[in-house]
Design a protein around this ligand. Structure first.
Ligand code: ATP
Ligand code: MG
Length: 335
């Protein structure tokens, strides 16, 4: 559904500028996102997930720079804004109203010297100036209650709230202006498993009621298999596979995706042995010449050491960057 397109990311490159050499932490990342869709992004630590999310929102901080590519945001009125290139002046009105972000560290994102209500006021005064003080307060209470926090929290300072409550407050704040897209960077890793479940259920419920799209980053693939419509797997700054959650449950085509999948237990699936992935991710300043995953890949062939595989479209929205796809290799072995 092309008219449902919300975000069209094309060959996005993000570099961390160094004194001698730059590290490319996002390398030709391309994907699309439709209205109301939940896209999960998974990958080991340092695969570039946060770098990607921040760059999509144009919130990358020095020494990170967007070195190339486009992030086309399709507004409801039919206009298209390239978030990678527009001026800060043009992107500012889109923040909170169209695009909002929930960062991993709630304490770092909330202002420690402002009561929660005042933090909602800051956003609402800037972006919904027609609301009266009473209406702003009512909106803040309503949003907090939606994420399971009683309304009297508006009078509290962040340090008076538990870690889970702070994280939920950030989620509520991200919803303050009914955005079209909410990106979330590991919003639940700082809380316990029970709280994590509750927060996720609330996010999904809000998403269903309000219809916003989500890009959800985590290193926990099993979580994404439960909640995301599509999943993108990152490795060394690249997308190595993008697939529907249902397809990925049956097996990753990229050996890294398959390794990640088999490293997590499935609640509903059959019992299986966990294989994991031996070795560790490469240094971005010293990448191997071919496929960056080749040194860890048990299926690797000669070509993998020489040619970096491009991200291929396999139809049905599935993308994979691999010369030797795991399922094909299994079939070859079996025949
Ligand atoms: P995690 O799961 O640990 O949050 P991530 O997938 O979010 O990891 P990023 O934080 O995006 O990974 O980092 C991607 C790469 O960029 C890493 O190799 C990291 O070392 C590098 N990087 C991140 N921040 C900087 C920085 N300020 N300067 C230089 N390199 C950086
Ligand atoms: Mg991160």
């Amino acid at each position: 559904m092309a008219d449902d397109l919300l975000l069209d990311v094309e060959e996005l490159d993000v570099d961390y500028l160094g004194e001698h050499r730059n590290a490319r932490a996002c390398d030709k990342v391309s994907f699309t996102l439709h209205r109301g869709e939940i896209l999960g992004v998974a990958g080991e630590s340092a695969s570039g997930k946060s770098t990607l999310l921040n760059a999509l929102m144009r919130l990358q901080r020095p020494p990170a720079v967007i070195a190339g590519g486009a992030v086309r945001y399709h507004r409801e009125d039919g206009t298209v804004v390239d978030l990678a290139r527009v001026t800060e002046q043009r992107i500012r009105p889109l923040r909170w109203v169209d695009l909002s972000i929930v960062m991993q560290s709630a304490m770092a994102c909330l202002n420690p010297v402002l009561r929660l209500g005042a933090q909602f006021d800051d956003v609402l005064v800037a972006h919904e100036p027609r609301l009266s003080a009473g209406q702003r307060r009512a909106r803040a209470v309503e949003l907090l209650e939606m994420v399971g926090i009683t309304g009297d929290a508006v009078t509290k300072y962040p340090h008076e709230l538990s870690g889970g409550m702070r994280q939920r407050s950030l989620i509520a704040l991200a919803m303050a202006c009914d955005p079209e897209l909410v990106v979330m960077d590991e919003p639940t890793t700082a809380v316990d498993v029970v709280m994590q479940r509750q927060i996720l259920e609330q996010i999904l419920q809000l998403q269903e009621e309000r219809g916003f799209a989500i890009i959800f980053v985590t290193h926990d693939l099993s979580l994404l298999l439960e909640m995301a419509d599509r999943i993108a797997i990152m490795y060394a700054g690249r997308l190595v596979e993008v697939a529907d959650g249902e397809d990925l449950v049956d097996g990753g085509l990229h050996p890294y995706a398959e390794g990640l999948r088999s490293a997590f237990p499935s609640v509903t699936g059959p019992q299986r042995t966990f294989t994991g992935i031996p070795g560790s991710p490469p240094n971005l300043l010293d990448l191997p010449p071919g496929c960056p995953f080749a040194p860890r890949c048990t299926l690797r062939e000669d070509i993998c050491d020489q040619v970096d595989p491009p991200l291929e479209h396999l139809g049905g929205g599935r993308l994979v960057a691999c010369h030797v796809r795991s399922r094909e290799a299994e079939e070859r072995k079996a025949s």
